[in-house]
Design a protein around this ligand. Structure first.
Ligand code: NAP
Length: 286
């Protein structure tokens, strides 16, 4: 088979990757690999299976091995904070790092999950009603990033309904008065005057329990965002569309959160296109 040398990394290629344990499920190599090829960049992005016991040495090795940086996925996002030489304001507030950038032999930790959430929301449902309260289901790692993103966007209140109420209270203590914990069993009622509903629980995901919620009270000009992306069209999004709401699926958040790290490592701003989306949808189905 003839090989196009321009499609292969050279000895000067920039190198990045994703650290996780396990890491084989990660779509990030496909995603970044797509952009590297599309933009004809001399770079590689590889999976880095790193056991939690080896996280510190593995992160420090990025400097010695000349890496541009890496993404972090489960279970490393929180543990990595203590190994960074410097943190972005967002990573500091979140207490979690999903992006490491090697700068002047130092590790800079950032977090682009909230950026991905907002960028996809603005792109899919422009002029969404940000002047009304938002309702967020869940209080896990993803919900933390979403809460910060919504507060920074100026949403007047973020009502958090979580099965474990105390975890929603932790978010209020961390992020302030605009975070309003509400009991899980009031999730239908608190929708009444909201502008945005976000599912950030794992409910509705393939293999998980269904998400039980009734959107009857939710204003039809509101937006429903499900960050679960397997399946792409969740039962929540189907119910929202039938109710007349604009809907936002979880795949775009995954794609958009990859933009800032790619730009930092490889020096080019990538774009989330329909073709990229189709490629990742095909990969998820395979
Ligand atoms: P996490 O930290 O483990 O949090 C899971 C959340 O789901 C918690 O709020 C948990 O409630 C809730 N939950 C789990 N089982 C439940 C049940 N049976 N009934 C009610 N609530 C339940 O996970 P995460 O990292 O935040 O991720 C959450 C989901 O978002 C996952 O499906 C993940 O794949 C997806 N995600 C998508 C993106 C994206 O880019 N689209 C990014 C990150 C995450 P308790 O606190 O009561 O346990």
């Amino acid at each position: 088979m003839p090989i196009d040398p321009d499609s292969l990394p050279s000895g000067a290629a920039r190198v990045a990757g994703v650290m996780g344990w396990p890491v084989h499920h990660s779509r990030s190599p496909r995603l970044h690999g797509y952009w590297l090829r599309e933009l004809r960049i001399d770079g590689v992005y590889i999976p880095l299976p790193v056991h939690p016991d080896r996280l510190g040495p593995a992160l420090r090795a990025l400097v010695d091995l000349g890496f541009a940086g890496c993404n972090l996925t489960i279970p490393h996002k929180e543990a990595a904070v203590s190994y960074m030489d410097e943190l972005s304001d967002t990573a500091d507030r979140l207490g979690a790092v999903n992006t490491v950038i090697v700068r002047d032999s130092r590790l800079y930790g950032d977090n682009s999950d909230g950026f991905g959430f907002t960028a996809h929301l603005e792109a899919t449902a422009p002029a969404w009603p940000a002047d009304r309260p938002a309702v967020v289901l869940g209080a896990g790692g993803a919900a933390r990033a979403i809460c910060i993103a919504l507060i920074d966007r100026g949403v007047p209140a973020v009502r958090i309904a979580n099965r474990t109420f105390e975890k929603a209270e932790v978010l209020r203590h961390a992020f302030g008065e605009r975070i309003q914990p509400v009991p899980w069993n009031t999730r239908d009622q608190v929708l009444a005057d909201a502008g945005l509903l976000v599912n950030s629980t794992s409910l509705g995901m393939t293999g998980q329990n269904p998400l039980e919620i009734n959107l009857k009270r939710f204003p039809a000009d509101g937006v429903v965002y499900d960050i679960v992306y397997a399946p792409l069209q969740t039962d929540l999004l189907k119910q929202a569309a039938a109710h007349g709401c604009r809907t936002v699926d979880g795949l775009g958040m995954l794609l958009h959160q990859a933009r800032p790290p790619f730009a930092a490592w490889f020096g080019v701003e990538p774009t989330v296109t329909d073709a990229l989306r189709a490629a990742i949808v095909q990969d998820l189905a395979g």
